[in-house]
Ligand binder design. Structure first.
Ligand SMILES: Nc1ncnc2c1ncn2[C@@H]1O[C@H](COP(=O)(O)OP(=O)(O)OP(=O)(O)O)[C@@H](O)[C@H]1O
Ligand SMILES: O=C(O)[C@@H](O)C(=O)CO
Length: 429
């Protein structure tokens, strides 16, 4: 293994794995820290944690355990993947995890770059934009767990880290890799260790990637990984894929604007059933009943708890946010387990936490990275008879659910039949 990656959530990890696989690296995503060695031919390993919003000490401990495993696999460079909207609070977890990894790797010029132009995230003069609005005016200021009320990433990161935060501005980035390297060195000499780097276009990210060639640790969204495969001699390639026939089901626990638009769009032409949060929390609805409905329904049936901010606030006020989230995530995991037991072979999930719960509930240990469905969302093979797509809340076009089903089911470009030869947990990219 060459490049070792640690992702702070499951959908974000598949977003990063997608970029690396498209760049030609043989990439595998692992659910949590594996207990055995990776296959010998894996070039990039992404250890997916659910560490974005957990207790900071636990997030650091899990990330260091992931680092240890990745080091043992032979990796020479490491990547800490967090959200392109820098989801964190003034207490962490991005800063403390980056600090701990920097210490462990003796890294002193640590790039901090959440930019992902393909989904509208850019950084200019240290400020993060979502399309044409500052992060703090993009809707992310209302996020229930990590409200992002300041778009200045330098200022947001400062209270989270023990180190001084530096900045490489757009002027240096536009001048290319050599100048980025010089600017990183100047920031280091000025006493800064975590260095926010501007990027507004993919071309900027490719130059940053070149400049990062010899850095032990890079942190950011998936965008800044664009240039890394080339440093290892890999070239962009079509990602091989064998489609999976059979029954598709879609599950959505994401309440983001993008997902709610996708749910509304899908419900116009496919069977869709709303999951009422109170029914789940108070035990009036069984997961098996929903799985039966999904299996019996035509097309790509969707079960969703996605609701607007007022409805979510009402549920949280009545039951408490943590209780509601736990109950709904456990419910979707149960629905997925029953649906797979009853024959589902293609599972599409929306929402980082929801997807994480489903992947853990189904005990999917490794995910083979397939072709991109929409920016940041790849098709994934979990088992010889099961494929999945894990969509971050804010990602995907309006027709995402139907499109995901088409890509998951698409025949291999060389026309091979679906594979049945590989045992679970031993799947190569
Ligand atoms: N109707 C609802 N009322 C209250 N909470 C809900 C409701 N539906 C879903 N939830 C909870 O809201 C949370 C949504 O988080 P999730 O990470 O799945 O989506 P997201 O935040 O849109 O995605 P991402 O993290 O990828 O941006 C989950 O914990 C889910 O269980
Ligand atoms: O970087 C992103 O925006 C996503 O991969 C993600 O992490 C959303 O949860």
């Amino acid at each position: 293994m060459l490049l070792g990656c640690i992702g702070d959530d499951f959908t974000g990890s598949s977003d990063l794995a997608n970029t690396l696989a498209k760049g030609g690296m043989r990439t595998v995503q692992y659910t949590g820290v594996p207990t055995r060695d990776a296959a010998a031919d894996v070039q990039a390993g992404v250890v997916a944690l659910k560490s974005r919003s957990i207790d900071v000490r636990e997030a650091v401990a899990q990330s260091l355990a992931a680092l240890e495993w990745l080091r043992a696999q032979g990796c020479t460079q490491f990547f800490f993947k967090y959200c392109s909207t820098f989801d964190s609070t003034p207490l962490g977890n991005i800063g403390p995890v980056a600090d701990a990894l920097a210490d462990a790797l003796d890294a002193h010029r640590v790039i901090v770059c959440p930019a992902f132009p393909g989904t509208g995230r850019s950084i200019y003069q240290g400020h993060l934009f979502v399309n044409d609005t500052l992060l703090s005016e993009s809707g992310m200021q209302n996020h229930p767990v990590t409200p992002m009320t300041d778009a200045d990433i330098r200022r947001w990161l400062a209270p989270q880290t023990r180190f001084s935060v530096g900045h490489v501005g757009a002027g240096d980035v536009f001048a290319g890799a050599a100048q980025i390297g010089t600017a990183l060195e100047a920031q280091h000499e000025a006493g800064h260790r975590l260095i926010v780097v501007d990027a507004i276009r993919d071309a900027d990210l490719l130059e940053i990637g070149k400049a990062a060639r010899d850095l032990p640790l890079i942190t950011g969204g998936s965008g800044v990984a664009l240039g890394l495969p080339a440093n290892f001699g890999c070239t962009a390639a079509q990602v091989p894929w064998t489609g999976q026939g059979g029954k598709a089901v879609a599950l959505s626990g994401s309440c983001s604007n993008a997902t709610r638009a996708q749910v509304a769009h899908h419900a116009r032409t496919h069977p869709a059933r709303e999951i009422i949060a109170a029914d789940v929390i108070e035990g009036r609805l069984s997961a098996e009943e929903i799985a039966d409905w999904l299996i019996a329904a035509e097309g790509v049936p969707l079960a969703y708890s996605s609701a607007d901010p007022q409805a979510v606030a009402q549920v949280q006020e009545t039951f408490g946010g943590a209780r509601a989230s736990e109950a709904l995530e456990a419910f979707f995991a149960d629905v997925a387990r029953h649906a797979v037991a009853k024959g589902a072979t293609r599972i599409i999930t929306a929402g980082g936490e929801t997807s994480g719960a489903v992947v853990e509930g189904l005990a999917l240990e490794t995910l083979e990275i397939g072709p991109e469905i929409d920016p940041g969302v790849p098709a994934l093979r979990a088992r010889p008879d099961l494929v999945v797509a894990l969509k971050s809340g804010n990602f995907g076009a309006e027709d995402f659910f139907a499109k995901a089903d088409r890509v998951l089911g698409a025949p291999h470009e060389r026309g091979e039949a679906a594979r049945t030869d590989l045992p679970a947990g031993q799947i190569a990219v």
